[in-house]
Design a protein around this ligand. Structure first.
Ligand SMILES: [Ca+2]
Ligand SMILES: [Ca+2]
Length: 144
């Protein structure tokens, strides 16, 4: 089931979720260094099979870095990197970004710290919004 009728990137529905607080710090203490070691070991050596959810988390991290490392700061997406990521990895859900104004507007929405780039935390807010929209879309269509 792939939702294909999500609102475009500039749609207000995304902004409404923008500031919901991810309590990252309350979660981070639960992720011990051994968990991180386990993750990196399994990702590189495939010694232990990761679950679907763990695989999805690893994929999100991997995809972010695939694009963030292309130009400039390796840990942040500049506008062109963000556009390329969406056009290559999210176009089934969000469509293609063709004009600069859409990229500018999206970056403005995501850029919480105002450095004109999208870091991983800002990216995760975006992925969370898209995921929530997908979930709402699926629930809505299940009820019909
Ligand atoms: Ca970059
Ligand atoms: Ca930023």
């Amino acid at each position: 089931m792939v939702p294909r009728c999500l609102p475009p990137p500039k749609h207000p529905v995304y902004k409404s979720h923008l500031f919901f607080s991810l309590t990252l710090h309350s979660l981070s203490h639960k992720i011990t260094s051994s968990t991180l070691l386990h993750c990196s070991t399994t990702a590189t050596e495939h010694q232990v099979k990761m679950s679907d959810l763990e695989n999805s988390i690893a994929t999100i991290i991997e995809v972010f870095h695939k694009y963030s490392e292309k130009e400039g700061d390796k840990h942040k997406l500049k506008k062109s990197e963000l556009r390329d990521l969406i056009n290559s990895e999210l176009s089934s859900f969000l469509g293609h970004i063709k004009d600069q104004a859409t990229v500018d507007s999206l970056m403005e929405s995501l850029d919480a710290d105002g450095d004109s780039e999208c870091d991983f935390q800002e990216f995760m807010t975006f992925i969370t919004m898209v995921t929530i929209c997908c979930h709402e879309f699926c629930e809505h269509h299940e009820d019909e």
